[in-house]
Design a protein around this ligand. Structure first.
Ligand code: S3P
Length: 439
């Protein structure tokens, strides 16, 4: 458990690039593993979560290797041709790997066991077990529907129409991936739009996928027994990783940084809207498309932030960015209110209570509600920081560690976190990039 103290810093300056998008990286490895022939992936995030997906796909029969120039080559087996894994699939800390792979394997005629770390083993899997059981798969899960669990796939599986009871791209993707090897048409209805990387990328790999509308809700249909065609995938920079540097630059006086090649898909870019609403100076430069996803360079300058009521309908498009938004709110002038965030309680940690505790320890004024936080900001004055000898508990949650690291940059006495190791799940270069940008 490497503890670390993040001290107040000088301004963030220069131009940086953040690593590849985590959501897109997982999908690129999975879909390439299902296409017959060689796919190549440029800009893949080499974080532990994505490496867990790579090793699972290898156990399932794909041939995956990293070339010296950083490009990943994947020789896929074909939809329906995955093989039974000989050992348990160790998903580490990664909910996305787990839920998407459960979907994929639900329509293959073999069994697989999923295990994970203490954080992942506490997270709810019933949200995917339920629709996948309707398709014919069966499960033996630990009590409460958690990992470790055993899945027995159905061959053939039965196509269903499933209306998402929670706004979750992981659940949506699990059902669509199960649909890939299911004869007929599998449909998902999304009352609230969530990140659409699965739909975009599956269409590029040649799946027959249609997006329509039913009673004002988004309807996604996929035709099963699909043939996927190998692709060259270019992964854009992860907006969820960029968010830490965006907030750092906004709260540290004198900062002016440019973050190159940041994914700006509207289903992910809610944080930029929320921070602009708070008065953040974030300029989009050269908007363009990379690998079927919108990207831009972002120039961010220190700003006098103001508290705001964050529209709960923005939540799905910035669901992973609330921890760092709370940090921005803690430094803003006035009160920020967030609501509709029950889902944050079932992430890598309970992010509402973890951030309320962490920010309070660092001297911020925070009220925890059932579905959000109310934060009374300092008006730009530094936070006091964590008292000597105390540490923020990161609870195996990379985003708590990085968010509180950012808070430390705008603190009087520094912010100590108990464990920076989880940062490697999504952003292995975070500490180096931060050191470089604050020199
Ligand atoms: C993800 C979806 C989100 C997000 C997670 C990645 C994905 O989870 O929190 O980090 O890649 O599909 P939910 O879909 O469960 O909200």
């Amino acid at each position: 458990m490497p503890a670390h103290t993040f001290h107040s810093s000088g301004p963030l300056k220069g131009t940086i690039s953040v690593p590849g998008d985590k959501s897109i990286s997982h999908r690129a490895l999975m879909f390439a593993s299902l296409a017959v022939g060689e796919s190549t992936i440029e800009g893949l995030l080499e974080g532990e979560d994505v490496l867990a997906t790579a090793s699972a796909m290898r156990q399932l029969g794909a041939d995956i290797e990293r070339a010296d120039n950083g490009t990943w080559r994947v020789h896929g087996a074909g939809v329906g041709s995955l093989i039974e894994p000989r050992q348990a699939l160790d998903m580490g800390n990664s909910g996305t790997s787990t839920r998407l792979l459960m979907g994929l394997l639900a329509s293959h005629g073999f069994s697989a066991t999923f295990t994970g770390d203490a954080s992942l083993s506490g997270r709810p899997m019933n949200r995917v077990i339920e629709p996948l059981s309707q398709m014919g798969a069966s499960f033996e899960a630990s009590s409460g529907g958690t990992l470790p669990l055993m899945l027995r796939g159905a061959l053939p599986a039965v196509p269903i129409t499933y209306r998402l009871p929670v706004a979750s791209a992981q659940v949506k993707s699990a059902v669509l991936l199960a649909g890939l090897n299911t004869p007929g048409i599998t449909r998902v209805i999304e009352p609230v739009a969530t990140r659409d990387h699965t739909e975009r990328m599956l269409a590029r790999f040649g799946a027959e996928l249609e997006i329509g509308e039913q009673d004002g809700e988004r309807l996604i249909s996929i035709r099963g027994e699909a043939d996927l065609v190998p692709q060259h995938v270019v992964v854009p920079g992860d907006p969820s990783s960029a968010a830490f540097f965006i907030v750092a630059a906004l709260i540290v006086p004198g900062s002016d940084i440019t973050i190159r090649n940041v994914g700006m898909n509207v289903t992910r870019a809610g944080i930029v809207h929320a921070l602009r609403q708070m008065g953040g100076d974030i300029e989009e430069i050269d908007p363009r498309e990379v690998g079927g996803e919108p990207v831009a360079d972002l120039r961010v300058r220190h700003s006098d932030l103001k508290g705001a009521d964050i529209d709960p309908t923005l939540a799905p498009s910035m669901i992973d960015e609330f921890p760092v938004l709370f940090v921005a709110a803690a430094l803003a002038d006035g009160t920020t209110r967030t609501s509709g965030l029950e889902e944050l309680r079932v992430k890598e940690s309970d992010r509402l209570s973890a951030m309320a505790e962490a920010l309070t320890l660092a001297g911020a004024r925070v009220e925890e509600q059932e579905d959000g936080l109310i934060i009374h900001g300092t008006g730009g004055d530094p936070l006091p920081g964590t008292p000597a000898g105390t540490y923020v508990e990161t609870k195996l949650d990379h985003r708590i560690a990085m968010s509180m690291g950012v808070a430390g940059l705008a603190s009087r006495d520094g912010v100590s976190v108990d464990d920076t190791a989880p940062i490697s799940t999504s952003f292995p270069t975070f500490m180096d990039l931060l050191a470089g940008a604050t020199q």
